[in-house]
Write a protein that binds this ligand. Structure first.
Ligand SMILES: Nc1ncnc2c1ncn2[C@@H]1O[C@H](COP(=O)(O)OP(=O)(O)OP(=O)(O)O)[C@@H](O)[C@H]1O
Ligand code: NI
Length: 359
């Protein structure tokens, strides 16, 4: 989806990104263990752009999304880190202030709507809460929103119940509900996963249009690299609670630096002939329960070597705006270390570790 050339300064006149997540750690304290579902994640979203978060099931994408919206429920808790919206810290109790500015669209449109109220009622309720609209004004605006998301015959359908909508139409209605808050940031958590491919493409097209028309920033969560390619401007690849690579979408596809990213790319249908396709990465995402002392991907990594079991990799700079947390790029760490040493003439900045929210 389109990015603006220049990230716009926000109302406060500063250069803060719209959303800045720094070192976010969200844990679930169960009887047995502490699950680090999100473990030191950092990324930002600028106005009007689409930032992707991609990773397999269990990598912590949804917990990241819920953390941003203040929707983590017990036994989950945001343990540390910062989430700033327009420069204001949200963690603590500040979510209500921005409740309408950040909206979320979930995967499953049927559970996102209340079956006992008409679609129109639900949109009008959101309009009342977030924009103070009532009566005929709210009704007209609900119809306009349904038209905007491409629901034909909106004036009639506004009075129908969710079960009278097909899956694709229901997801459009859910998006209309999310837009009723007039958000600046739309968090989409696998919004098309439950839909068939044709409908999926239509919903992605709709989001793209809305982004241009409404100047929305989108945080797009998916396990599907193909969808990432179609939607994202910049991408964060998540594995076992951590961001392991981040890059502009072209760079990620042209020169993926982390073996995990390469594995995800190799599994895109259509990217390679069915017969040539690499088997998807064997095994599954481990549940991150302890502080990592190794690379969490090491035991599934086709390129792992001894040190991968002993060192937790920091992010290292691969290119402009491109970092990866992998010891394969160890030479860059060495250069970075010597660059910071006194009297060394290695050019600084060549491989500066950006922190990346990693230890
Ligand atoms: N309520 C909970 N209690 C305990 N652990 C949880 C809870 N919710 C999530 N987790 C754990 O947090 C980790 C990340 O889960 P999350 O739902 O964010 O993954 P995901 O990347 O969104 O996966 P998917 O693609 O399946 O949606 C998992 O290990 C999961 O078991
Ligand atoms: Ni999820």
């Amino acid at each position: 989806m389109g990015t603006r050339e220049t990230p716009q300064a926000n109302a406060a006149g500063s250069d803060d990104p719209l959303l800045a997540v720094e070192n976010l750690t969200t844990v679930f304290n169960t009887d047995k263990e502490t699950i680090h579902a999100v473990d030191g994640v950092s990324f930002d979203v600028r106005e009007g752009e689409t930032v992707g978060v991609v990773g397999e099931s269990g990598s912590g994408k949804s917990v990241t999304a819920r953390s941003i919206l203040g929707l983590v429920e017990r036994p989950g808790v945001i343990e540390s880190g910062s989430i700033r919206f327009r420069g204001d810290e949200l963690t603590g109790d500040n979510w209500d202030r921005y409740r309408g500015d950040i909206s979320i669209v979930f995967q499953d449109p049927i559970n996102s709507m209340n079956p006992v109220y008409t679609v129109g009622n639900q949109i009008r309720e959101a309009l009342r809460i977030h924009q103070g609209l009532r009566g005929q004004d709210a009704r007209e605006e609900a119809i306009r929103l349904l038209e905007e998301v491409g629901i034909p015959d909106a004036r009639r359908r506004v009075g129908e119940y969710p079960h009278q909508f097909s899956g694709g139409m229901r997801q459009r209605a859910v998006i209309a509900m999310a837009l009723a808050c007039d958000p600046d940031l739309l968090v989409c958590d696998e919004p098309t996963t439950a839909l068939d491919v044709t409908i999926q493409a239509q919903i992605l097209e709709l989001l793209d249009e809305l982004q241009r028309e409404e100047d929305l920033a989108i945080l797009f969560i998916t396990h599907d690299m193909g969808v990432i390619e179609d939607t994202a401007d910049r991408v964060n690849v998540m594995y076992a609670g951590e961001v392991v690579e981040r890059a502009p979408v072209d760079q990620l596809f042209d020169s993926p630096a982390h073996p995990y990213t390469r594995g995800l790319l190799a599994s895109i249908p259509g990217q390679t002939a069915e017969s040539d396709r690499l088997p998807t990465i064997g095994g599954e995402v481990p549940t991150p329960t302890a502080e990592p002392t190794d690379c969490r991907f090491a035991d599934r990594c086709p390129e792992a070597f001894d040190a991968c079991e002993q060192v937790h990799p920091d992010h290292v700079r691969i290119g402009s705006d491109h970092t990866a947390a992998c010891l394969l790029h160890e030479d860059r760490y060495d250069r970075q270390l010597s660059a910071s040493g006194a009297g060394d003439d290695t050019p600084a900045g060549d491989a500066a570790v950006d922190g990346g929210g990693q230890r």
